[in-house]
Design a protein around this ligand. Structure first.
Ligand SMILES: [Zn+2]
Length: 175
């Protein structure tokens, strides 16, 4: 015999009742409230810690592997091609070349921006080819940016620097 819809429906007394805020306030229902004290910390690691400290001084530092000769920027503590620790620290210039770029109409939190920003990957002079960082360009219109454009870092004033990548305000065209 087929079971009709009427046969499987809940009786009215079995239907749940949503809990209201008022029920919680008046203690009508049993509940548990907790505020876990979650703390966390992390380290930037040896290479990036030094990189950030040097940024505060207005300098860009890289690492060198004497086996393959690469100057790695941003610095890393280990050469992933030679499978060995790096040998030296070397300063690189605060100039470079735009490798690629994108015009962004949203900020990092995906909120619309009143004016677009130009995000670029910059190969820094003095480092091995294709070694670079992602940053923003300034003092240039989106339509004037091109791959291969020479740029220079525009630093915050020394007293404003805090050992962060934002110690460089942006990179502007040169030449
Ligand atoms: Zn190497």
């Amino acid at each position: 015999m087929a079971v009709g819809k009427k046969d499987i429906s809940c009786p009215p007394e079995a239907i749940g009742t949503p809990i209201k805020d008022e029920d919680l306030k008046k203690g009508k229902v049993t509940y548990y409230e907790d505020y876990p004290d979650l703390r966390y910390a992390w380290t930037a690691g040896q290479a990036i810690s030094r990189f950030l400290n040097e940024l505060k001084k207005g300098r860009l530092i890289a690492t060198k592997c004497n086996e393959c000769g690469r100057i790695m920027f941003p610095p890393r503590i280990f050469c992933e091609l030679c499978f060995k620790p790096i040998d030296d620290w070397v300063y690189v210039k605060d100039t470079g070349v735009v490798q690629t770029f994108s015009i962004s109409y949203i900020d990092p939190d995906a909120r619309p921006l009143p004016e677009p920003i130009i995000v670029a990957v910059i190969a820094v002079d003095g480092a091995s080819p294709k070694m670079g960082i992602m940053h923003v360009l300034g003092e240039v219109k989106p339509e004037d940016v091109y791959i291969g454009m020479k740029v220079k870092a525009v630093w915050k004033d020394e007293e404003e620097r805090e050992g962060a990548i934002t110690d460089i305000k942006y990179w502007k065209p040169v030449g």
